[in-house]
Write a protein that binds this ligand. Structure first.
Ligand code: SF4
Length: 412
C-alpha cells in the first residue's frame, strides 16, 4: 500500500488505469500509422456507441483538453486561439486545444504521436453545449472532412415522446454518412451489442461512484475525475467494463478494510461544476488536510447512461443522452441534486463557477439559493476555470474553503 505525504492511500487500480488508457491511445496510434481503421472524433457525451459499433477508433478532443489542463500547459496555448478570433471567455478546452494544434504541440507526442490523430469524420452532440459544434467545425474545415451530429434541445424539463423521437431519428440519420466514411455497412446487432456494453460500463461506473455513500468513503472526486477516463473514451467496449470491474472490486475491499479516500474523514461535500484540472492534486491534498471528502459531483455523475437498452438502441440512446444533467432544466437539476444530498449524506456544497463554461456552472440562475432554501445545506461559490489558471485566485479560494469547512464543523 502506498501512502503519500497527506496520508492518502493511493488506489492500486491506477496501474491498470494507466494500461487501459495507454492501450486506448496505442489503438488510435495504430489506426494513424497503418490506416487499419477510420478515426472519428466524438464529443464527450456524443454517440460513441454508434461510432464504435461501426468500426471506428474514437478520439475525444475534450479528453485532450483535460490532458492539457492537467498538464498545466493550457494557458500556453489559449492565446494562439484568441489571436485567431476565439474569445478568451469561451470554453477553455476549445481554446487550449485549438491553440495547441496551431502550435503543433500535444501531450500525445510523448506517446509517439506526431500530432493529434487526423479525423476521417467529426461527430458531435450539442446536448452539452453549442461550443462543441464550433470546435469541431474548425477541424472539419482544416482537414476537409465531414462534421455531422445531433442537435439536442436545451434546458429539457419533461422528456416528452416528441423530444425522444426527434433525437432518436437524428441518431439514425447519422448512419448513411458514417457508412460512407467507414466503408462498413451499419449492423443493428453490432449496435445492440455496443449499447449493451455501454450500459454495463455505465452501471459499473455508477456502482463505483455509489461506493462513496459509505462512511468513510473509499473514493473521492479527485480520484473519480481521473478514473472516469475509460467511461468517457471507451464506453461501449469491453475495455471499459474490464476496468471498472477491477476498480469496483478494489473499492469494495477498501470498504471492508475501512480504508478511506481521506484518511480521517470528518466532513462530506458535494462538488458542482468542472474540476480545476491544473489544481487537481493540490486540491486533493487541501481537502485531505481539512479531513473533508468530496464524495459526489455533478461532473463525474454525468457519465451514467444506464437507460441504454439493446432492445431499443436508438430510442434508448436518445433517452440516455437527453436525460443527462447538463441538458436539463434547473427544476430537474434541483431535484437531482436534492436526492444526491440525501443519498451521499452531504453536509455542504461547493459550486465551482467556471469562467469559460457557463453550462457547467449551476449557480448562475439561483439554483444554489433555491436548493439551500429547501435543504438548509450550506454552500460556497468558488470562481475559477476548468483549464485557464488565470481565472482562479488560489489564495482567496483556499481561505474561503478553509472557512467553509470550519463552519461545517461548528454546525455539527
Ligand atoms: S460543456 Fe463547457 S467545458 Fe465542455 S465543451 Fe462545452 S463549453 Fe467546453
Amino acid at each position: 500500500m502506498s501512502h503519500n505525504e497527506s496520508g492518502i492511500i493511493k488506489l492500486q487500480s491506477v496501474g491498470f488505469l494507466r494500461k487501459t488508457m495507454g492501450d486506448y491511445f496505442n489503438r488510435l496510434k495504430d489506426a494513424v500509422d497503418t490506416g487499419n481503421k477510420k478515426i472519428a472524433w466524438c464529443t464527450s457525451v456524443g454517440p460513441a456507441e454508434l461510432l464504435y459499433s461501426m468500426g471506428f477508433e474514437v478520439y475525444f478532443p475534450e479528453n485532450h483538453g483535460a490532458m492539457l489542463g492537467a498538464s498545466k500547459i493550457a494557458d500556453k496555448y489559449i492565446p494562439s486561439a484568441v489571436a485567431l478570433g476565439y474569445s478568451p471567455d469561451i470554453c477553455s478546452y476549445l481554446t487550449s486545444d485549438i491553440g495547441a494544434f496551431l502550435q503543433n504541440e500535444t501531450p500525445l507526442q510523448k506517446s509517439g504521436f506526431e500530432s493529434v490523430p487526423k479525423p476521417d469524420i467529426l461527430v458531435y452532440n450539442t446536448n452539452q453545449c453549442r461550443e462543441v459544434l464550433d470546435w469541431f467545425s474548425f477541424y472539419a474545415k482544416h482537414f476537409n472532412v465531414p462534421v455531422i451530429g445531433i442537435n439536442t434541445p436545451l434546458c429539457i424539463n419533461a422528456l416528452t415522446p416528441n423530444i425522444i423521437q426527434n433525437v432518436a431519428k437524428q441518431f439514425e440519420e447519422l448512419i448513411p454518412e458514417l457508412e460512407k466514411v467507414s466503408t462498413q455497412k451499419f449492423d443493428i446487432d453490432k449496435f445492440r451489442e455496443t449499447i449493451a456494453l455501454s450500459h454495463d460500463g455505465c452501471v459499473l461506473w455508477r456502482e463505483v461512484l455509489e461506493t462513496a455513500r459509505h462512511k468513510p468513503s473509499p473514493i473521492n472526486f479527485f480520484d473519480s475525475a481521473i478514473h472516469m477516463g475509460p467511461i468517457v473514451v471507451m464506453r461501449g467496449t469491453t475495455y471499459a467494463t474490464d476496468y471498472y470491474k477491477v476498480l469496483l472490486a478494489e473499492l469494495k475491499d477498501r470498504i471492508k478494510a475501512n480504508i478511506s479516500a481521506v484518511p480521517n474523514e470528518k466532513h462530506r461535500i458535494y462538488w458542482d461544476g468542472m474540476p480545476l484540472w491544473y489544481k487537481l492534486s493540490d486540491m486533493a491534498k487541501l481537502f485531505a488536510k481539512l479531513n473533508t471528502c468530496i464524495v459526489a459531483s455533478t461532473y463525474c455523475n454525468s457519465w451514467v447512461f444506464d437507460d441504454l437498452d439493446p432492445a431499443s438502441p436508438f430510442e434508448s440512446s436518445a433517452l440516455a443522452y437527453c436525460k443527462l444533467f447538463i441538458v436539463r432544466a434547473d427544476e430537474v437539476k434541483e431535484n437531482v441534486l436534492e436526492k444526491l444530498m440525501t443519498d451521499f449524506s452531504i453536509e455542504g456544497i461547493i459550486y465551482h463557477e467556471s469562467k469559460t463554461c457557463s453550462r457547467n456552472s449551476n449557480n448562475l440562475y439561483g439554483l444554489h439559493t433555491r436548493l439551500f432554501n429547501k435543504t438548509n445545506i450550506p454552500f460556497l461559490e468558488i470562481n475559477g476555470d476548468l483549464n485557464d489558471p488565470r481565472c482562479y485566485s488560489e489564495e482567496q479560494s483556499i481561505i474561503a474553503i478553509e472557512t467553509f469547512v470550519d463552519q461545517l464543523g461548528s454546525r455539527k
